[in-house]
Design a binder for this molecule. Structure first.
Ligand SMILES: Nc1ncnc2c1ncn2[C@@H]1O[C@H](COP(=O)(O)OP(=O)(O)OP(=O)(O)O)[C@@H](O)[C@H]1O
Ligand SMILES: [Mg+2]
Length: 314
């Protein structure tokens, strides 16, 4: 049976405030699903409901088809969870800390050593197995936390912003680990408020804002759906170009749908026609002799979609 996470009408109110509003979502299979949303969207609330740390006001959820609210133990037996990174006792070593987790999870003593060795390998901490956790960087501690979630070899992994609070290198390491874990036939459900992280790591994305699901789809479909048949490239010029020249020479090119001047030497060009359109656009741009030194697909295209989907202000 494929792994699954499912919420139905899942609602959480804190007093009169609705943190999560009738969330209906089903994710299934071996993949990594990004649970994306700005601060306060309801991501942690959802993950806490999924792991029975809090109780829903209405609705419920299932993991692998088993109700978390009715049969917590069975529902969570095959789930690894990392929410709000716990502090590991600093004088413990990873071997000792993971040994305690293995105990709690009821792993047979004979399996423990192998299992701990495997998970320390998965989070690239094998060389640190017997060093005190207190001496480790934040990123290393977070990798041990991920290892804790993996000790019982769960098919479902729930991660709440696993890279948040780490420096860029720590973030990159955690992302690389999640990407690797994806290969091992798991369903990973990972919250994040960083779009580029979700694009980097996940196969699908569920976007929530203000407690409501805005959409759930594959990354490709999300991009295609919201780009409206348009693609965007950033063009770097060797020489500054005037706004008049942009309007007179670049905007009228075939397949161009819009041009934004980011600074005197940088243009963001929206165009139609997919790769063919892009080929013609690049040829035409070069033909204008504006001093084009590079044309790159705009990373901010998805960022714009993200920002346009989440309501801002209030
Ligand atoms: N115990 C609580 N009591 C009152 N309000 C709460 C409680 N827990 C969460 N909230 C509120 O519910 C909303 C959703 O919170 P949640 O922590 O789920 O957001 P989030 O998407 O995880 O955000 P972040 O990206 O900042 O972690 C927030 O406005 C938060 O203040
Ligand atoms: Mg949160």
């Amino acid at each position: 049976m494929a792994s699954s996470i499912e919420t139905f009408g899942l609602t959480k109110r804190f007093g009169s405030f609705t943190a999560l509003d009738h969330l209906n979502l089903k994710v299934e299979g071996s993949k990594c699903v990004g649970f994306l949303g700005p601060n306060g969207a309801g991501k942690t609330t959802t993950l806490k409901l999924l792991t029975d740390m809090i109780f829903p006001t209405e609705g419920g959820c299932r993991i692998n088809g088993v109700s978390v609210q009715d049969d917590r133990k069975r529902a969570l037996a095959d789930a690894g969870v990392l929410i709000e990174s716990p502090e590991i006792y600093p004088s413990l070593t990873p071997n000792e800390a993971l040994g305690m987790v293995a105990d709690l999870r009821g792993l047979a003593a004979s399996d423990r050593r192998d299992r701990i060795r495997t998970v320390l390998g998965e989070v690239k901490m094998s060389d640190w197995a017997d060093q005190k956790v207190g001496r480790m960087s934040k990123g290393m501690k977070q990798r041990i936390n991920i290892a804790s979630a993996l000790v019982h070899d769960p098919a479902v992994l729930l991660l709440d912003e696993p890279s948040t609070g780490l420096d860029p290198r720590g973030m990159a390491e955690v992302r690389a680990i999640v990407r690797d874990l994806k290969q091992s036939h798991r369903l990973i459900f990972m919250s994040s408020h960083i779009l580029s992280e979700v694009v980097d790591v996940c196969d699908e994305v569920a976007l929530i804002d203000k407690g409501k699901l805005l959409f759930y789809d594959t990354l490709e479909n999300v991009t295609a759906r919201f780009a409206n048949g348009h693609s965007t490239v950033d063009v770097l010029l060797a020489r500054p170009i005037t706004p008049e020249d942009v309007a007179r020479r670049v905007t009228p090119l075939p397949s161009v749908a819009g041009v934004q001047q980011l600074d005197p030497k940088r243009l963001r060009v929206r165009f139609t026609g997919g790769l063919d359109g892009q080929e013609h656009l690049v040829e035409a741009l070069v033909g204008l002799h504006l001093g084009v030194v590079s044309v790159a697909e705009s990373e901010s295209a998805l960022e714009e979609i993200y920002l346009s989907q989440i309501s801002r202000g209030d």
